[in-house]
Design a protein around this ligand. Structure first.
Ligand code: EPZ
Length: 427
């Protein structure tokens, strides 16, 4: 397994180019299942999760040609609407093939995603919505078996109210409804920008989606029940952009231009960064972050969009670990998203956990250590901690990082970080 070695304390100066959004690319790749033509997707990030999704589409019978940063997905020979456990267990977002498969082929057999490091990750809302559209759902040997009405017929439009705002739940049902007969209304939807992006693609395919990115979405399926292939360039990755903004804020003396990050999708993070005393300036379509003074402590509570993103919680915690005073970080979305805490404590951070709340007392500095990555965003926070720390930090099991950050060591080295990847390091 690879590791990443960082010698900290060097200010970051220069420009970082943001890649396409992982959490937009994943549902959009799955949306290709809704059409028989060849769809072309551009500005795709080079990530493990993208490779996993391409593998899954091939297993489902699609022809996938990869010429990064482009991927073309066309119909293959025989379609086998079955998503196997060995792929789904690598990436729970594989559940996003369920809605398109049952809408397009009238049936699907998709492994339950199982839990992951940050939580149990149930999909009850996905299944409840599909049942409302006429699907029969049964669970068998760890698999979801879904069948359209009357033994595999076309889904029917329905009125569906989510009990909890779920990003992939909203996306799965949008894709299913895009081919259903009649009109679907989804209420209490998640409002992430990646959902709005999926709505744009489904409209390109000929569906009629209104309200994607808000909490009520109306979807009208096409009369003939067919959708066209599409050509689309993915929006930039706001969480990647936010991660590098926090990295610049965390290292004294840094001034970094984040190229391609949409400020509009990161308003809450920007407000919180500015509250710490960090300068954040919009420059054309880019963002400049300057760390010119000691950090003031700021409290955050994660929430669904447009609240503070849970995917930025671990990174912001590193920032607060060297702020001048006490800060309180509350995680409300996932039940186990503090696994970076023990590793940060080993680097000298002063953090006390009380349930879903972390109370930090800022320290002068962190100290380099050998630390273990556990999940995607926790790994990124350990890299930031290494950039801040005095001495050398080795982040092990960086395959977690490779799931969501394209060329992280190259992008940070360009702005002056002393960072290298160690191939085949001990696990
Ligand atoms: C998406 O995951 C993102 N992944 C996650 O990003 C992100 O952390 C999360 O949304 C929250 O913003 C992708 O978009 C591929 P949810 P998702 O369904 O859709 C509960 C990353 O780092 N819930 O919005 O799986 C669930 O347990 C990843 O890029 C149900 O109870 O998250 C959680 O507590 C990590 N029943 C809450 O809702 C359901 O049927 C929000 O989960 C579905 C979800």
């Amino acid at each position: 397994m690879d590791a990443i070695r960082i010698r900290g304390g060097r200010p970051l100066r220069g420009t970082i180019q943001i890649s396409g959004a992982k959490n937009a690319a994943l549902p959009i790749l799955c949306a290709t299942l809704l059409s028989d033509g060849a769809s072309r997707i551009r500005n795709i990030p080079q990530l493990r999760d993208i490779v996993t999704t391409a593998q899954l589409l091939r297993v489902l019978g699609r022809q996938v040609s990869i010429d990064m940063p482009e991927i073309t997905v066309a119909e293959g020979g025989d379609v086998k609407p079955e998503a196997p456990y060995d792929l789904v267990k690598q990436m729970r977002a594989s559940v996003l093939v369920l809605g398109p498969l049952v809408a397009r082929y009238g049936r699907a057999r998709v492994s339950l995603p199982g839990g992951c490091a940050i939580g149990t990750r149930p999909i009850d809302q996905h299944l409840k919505g599909l049942e409302a559209m006429g699907c029969s759902i049964r669970l068998e040997q760890g698999y979801v078996i879904a069948e359209g009405p009357n033994g595999g017929g076309r889904l029917r439009g329905a009125e569906i109210c989510f009990d909890i705002q779920t990003v992939t739940g909203t996306e799965n049902l949008m894709m299913a409804a895009a081919l259903a007969k009649g009109r679907t209304t989804l209420i209490n939807c998640a409002r992430e920008p990646e959902i709005e992006e999926l709505g744009r693609v489904l409209n390109k395919m000929g569906a009629s989606i209104d309200g994607a990115g808000t909490d009520v979405i109306h979807i009208q399926g096409p009369e003939r029940g067919e959708l066209a292939p599409f050509d689309h360039a993915i929006i930039p990755d706001r969480i990647e952009a936010g991660t590098y903004m926090v990295a610049a804020a965390a290292v004294e003396g840094s001034e970094v231009r984040i190229s391609g990050g949409e400020l509009a999708d990161l308003e809450t993070l920007v407000v919180k960064l500015r509250a710490t005393g960090v300068e954040v300036e919009a420059l054309d379509r880019d963002v400049v972050v300057r760390r010119t003074r000691p950090l003031k402590p700021v409290d955050i509570t994660t929430a669904t969009h447009p609240g503070f993103p849970t995917d930025m919680q671990a990174q912001f915690m590193v920032l607060m670990s060297t702020a001048g005073g006490k800060s309180v970080i509350t995680e409300t979305i996932f039940e186990n998203r503090f696994m970076h805490v023990p590793e940060l404590q080993r680097m000298g951070a002063s953090i006390a956990i009380r349930g879903n709340t972390a109370v930090l007392q800022g320290v002068q500095t962190l100290f380099g250590a050998s630390v273990m990555a556990t999940d995607l965003r926790a790994s990124a926070s350990l890299v930031i901690a290494g950039l801040v720390a005095t001495g050398e930090t080795e982040v092990r099991r960086v395959y977690h990082i490779d799931r969501g950050y394209e060329a992280i060591e190259q992008k940070l080295a360009i702005v002056g970080a002393d960072i290298t990847r160690i191939k085949g390091a001990e696990a």
